[in-house]
Design a protein around this ligand. Structure first.
Ligand code: 5AD
Ligand code: SF4
Length: 470
């Protein structure tokens, strides 16, 4: 048997890249690769890149410069290091990467990483290999499932990709070009994958996709299943206690999804629903296919179905032609909805997208100023949302030991980190937790029922011993 080879993956960007990186590890494991956190002693380094916002490709080229030095150092010590670029920059730039950075042996787009073993073999033979096609086959069907010990090591919360690509073509967004057309995985394969994860300790699954609520996969009954039906079915898998999904588009909300929030307790009452702007004029220029009022109505439908639901969103400031009035409409929308948190970004032109052709740019100073005002508003909403937890008893899914000895960290339904002093035996369990204070974005609390056998330890807390983790 060949000695194991070491693999280091550096991932940038979204949750899908995190999941893709794990699946690349699973693909290369049968080839004798084991993962290492240290690029210096890796035989293969993969940069799993993101292209969604500013300067992503510049970052990749500067990282490749650093890797070239590592590769040369490895060569001096008589060791060969291969460098691969995967993900959306690989898709967008293709062979340009090999021209600009000849140190790269393999370029592989996000739809092709199940071909990594072949591509590596080809690179060994020819020095280079590139694949950025959108193959017709479902890449996930070709990936070996992760091994039980690998699943356990990855923890109690897991991502599962259920759809990829997007047909919405928002004018600022590169995703339809880098990830391709919307494709849903068959529900049966997702059920099998989640069942296997649950058998090996996973308790929470986040279903991911660029436009996850556009999901329309073939069900085991031969019909097309929407996301709500899938959530219903996955909630029945023994061991699965929490389900989430991300990222959604306001136009693709069907009644099965809204009802799942009412009828399926495992579906968490926290929804990431990007709106990008509160101005109808800009929403049209962005080709979002909805108005600000459509978005308000979407939020109302969720709220009518599930009282304690909370929302996060994405915003872009400084889209070409954005006026102070447009921006005011965004602030008004944020004030009206009231978010538990949100991400906001300065617009950056993505080559090849329609908006990149627009010339009426907002000045850098104005963008900075608007971003700061929006972030201040969002921060104040987030703080108020977090503060409102103090004194309440809420369910926390405990995930792992924190850095502080004796402390275990988990998450509330709203993804807030929550720390308690308790035994590691509570990892993987959802336990009612009395929230006592807030330190930055983390909640500190106490198990509400410390008399429960699994929760009792010698170190069990007094509140003033409770400290923050990471
Ligand atoms: N400029 C700035 N932000 C962008 N996003 C996507 N494309 C761009 C761009 N060109 C943001 C959107 C999206 C999130 C994932 O990234 O807000 O929802
Ligand atoms: Fe990009 Fe999301 Fe718009 Fe699709 S819906 S084009 S992924 S911003």
């Amino acid at each position: 048997m060949k000695p194991p080879r070491k693999l280091h993956i550096k991932s940038y960007g979204c949750q899908m890249n995190v999941y893709d990186a794990q699946r690349m590890v699973d693909t290369l494991e049968p080839e004798g690769f084991v993962e290492t956190g240290n690029p210096e002693d890796a035989d293969l380094v993969i940069l799993n890149t993101c292209h969604i916002r500013e300067k992503a490709s510049e970052k990749v080229y500067s990282e490749l410069g650093r890797l070239r030095a590592l590769k040369e150092e490895a060569a001096r010590r008589g060791r060969r290091m291969n460098i691969a670029v995967a993900g959306c920059v690989a898709q967008a730039e293709g062979s340009e990467i090999i021209h600009r950075a000849p140190v790269v042996a393999v370029v592989v787009g996000p739809q092709s990483y199940h071909h990594l073993p072949e591509l590596l073999a080809r690179a060994e033979k020819d020095g280079r290999a590139l694949e950025t096609e959108f193959p017709a086959e479902d890449k996930f069907a070709f990936l070996p499932p992760p091994k039980p010990d690998v699943i356990r090591a990855r923890g109690v919360s897991s991502f599962v990709t259920i759809q990829e690509g997007c047909d919405k073509f928002c004018t600022f967004c590169v995703v339809p070009y880098t990830r391709g057309a919307e494709v849903s995985r068959p529900a049966g394969r997702i059920i099998d994958e989640v069942t296997r994860l649950a058998e090996h300790g996973v308790r929470e699954v986040t279903l991911i996709g660029q436009n996850v609520n556009a999901y329309h996969g073939e069900g085991p009954d031969g019909r097309i299943w929407r996301l709500g039906t899938l959530l219903h079915r996955l909630a029945g898998i023994p061991g699965i206690v929490r389900l989430r999904y991300s990222t959604s588009h306001p136009r693709d909300l069907d009644e099965t999804l809204i009802e799942a929030h009412r009828d399926v307790p495992a579906v968490m009452p926290f929804v990431h629903l990007p709106v990008q702007s509160g101005s109808d004029r800009l929403l049209a220029a962005m080709n979002r296919k909805h108005t600000a009022d459509d978005y308000r109505r979407a939020i109302d439908r969720f709220r009518a179905s599930c009282q304690d639901i909370a929302f996060s969103s994405d915003f872009i400031v400084g889209f070409p032609t954005e006026t102070e009035e447009d921006f005011q409409a965004t602030l008004a929308l944020v004030t009206q909805i009231g978010y538990a948190g949100a991400y906001s970004f300065k617009y950056s032109p993505r080559p090849g997208t329609p908006a990149a052709e627009l010339r009426e740019m907002v000045s850098a100073e104005e963008m900075d100023e608007r971003l700061a005002r929006l972030q201040e508003l969002i921060d104040s909403q987030q703080s108020a949302f977090n503060k409102a937890m103090i004194g309440k008893t809420v369910d926390v899914l405990f995930e792992r030991s924190a850095r502080n000895p004796g402390q275990i960290v988990g998450r509330t339904a709203y993804l807030q980190p929550a720390h308690v002093m308790a035994s590691p035996a509570i990892v993987g369990r959802v336990l009612p937790t009395k929230i006592e204070s807030l330190e930055r974005y983390s909640l500190l609390g106490e198990l509400a029922a410390p008399e429960h056998p699994a929760a009792v330890t010698e170190q069990a807390s007094t509140p003033n011993e409770t400290r923050m983790g990471a």
